[in-house]
Design a protein around this ligand. Structure first.
Ligand code: ADP
Length: 257
């Protein structure tokens, strides 16, 4: 608490009392803390690929370029790390846009089943790379939503399902109406998430396994983006998981008006 006190003295110097003003700054302090953590996280996340790009390019310039195999493998690392940087910057920009106060999605009557199919087509390559099968069990459902944003949400959830699942497993997406809402489930047979990790899962940069996420090209921002976009649609996201068995993300969205 921020406390400020001052005596109240009348026109003729008579003593009236003391005024005390107390501001509860707990919330301000908390927000300030979150902002500081965020800046520290961003700096750290940006520095990691930059350090790597700088180191490998310097080694090449110092003469390693004459070795063909070093040249190729270092260039591959530099290329991969530049892609990471690009993705990180894209996700950060997207997050800052959708977190801004007053952000609104352009919600129109939209065929949720069709946009799930579009998202599925866009991740086809990744499914094949990992030999993961995708089952779509979709009923025709019309939601009030912004198709491009919802495709982004579905791609983020599907890429996570692929990233955190083993080869040869299956992912199932179900879409149906329940209690006047559109319900979308993305279920995988992957590594699962411990119950103790679930409460922090949607925080920016939160990852259960930092090294694994990085290695797979994750930015740690995907689920924050999902949560913000779904909330901007007046919907909600839930997650259920069992370690070693798999994870299900469920999205609830309003039906078209
Ligand atoms: P990332 O880019 O690291 O995947 P996200 O915000 O998308 O970031 O996810 C945060 C963390 O949640 C991940 O690092 C991972 O530990 C965990 N996670 C997300 N989706 C799944 C899933 N389907 N199965 C297991 N763990 C997951």
């Amino acid at each position: 608490i921020d406390v400020y006190g001052a005596p109240v003295i009348g026109k003729h110097e008579q003593w009236h009392g003391i005024v005390i003003v107390a501001h509860d700054i707990t919330e301000l302090k908390r927000l300030e803390g979150i902002r500081r953590d965020f800046v520290a996280n961003v700096s750290h996340e940006l520095r990691t690929p930059v350090t790597s790009i700088k180191g490998f390019s310097e080694t090449l310039l110092d003469g390693a370029y004459v070795d063909q195999s070093a040249l190729l493998s270092f260039l591959e690392i530099i290329h991969k790390e530049s892609n990471r940087l690009e993705m990180l910057i894209q996700d950060l920009l997207e997050l800052s846009r959708i977190e801004r106060e007053g952000f609104q999605v352009d919600a129109q009557p939209t065929e949720m089943d069709a946009l799930i199919e579009t998202a599925a087509e866009r991740i086809q390559g990744r499914l094949e790379e990992k030999n993961i099968s995708l089952k779509l069990e979709l009923q025709p459902v019309l939601v009030q939503g912004d198709a491009n944003r919802l495709i982004q949400v579905m791609i983020n959830l599907l890429i996570n399902a692929i990233t955190y699942s083993g080869a040869g497993t299956a992912i199932t997406v179900r879409l149906f109406e329940k209690d006047g809402e559109a319900v979308t489930e993305v279920e995988d047979q992957g590594i699962g998430i411990a119950a103790s990790e679930l409460p922090r899962l949607f925080e920016r940069f939160y990852r259960v396994d930092r090294a694994r996420s990085r290695n797979q090209g994750g930015t740690g921002l995907g689920l924050s983006i999902v949560k913000h976009l779904i909330e901007a649609h007046h919907g909600k996201v839930e997650v259920r998981s069992e370690v070693g068995k798999g994870t299900t993300f469920t999205i609830y969205l309003p039906l078209a008006r």
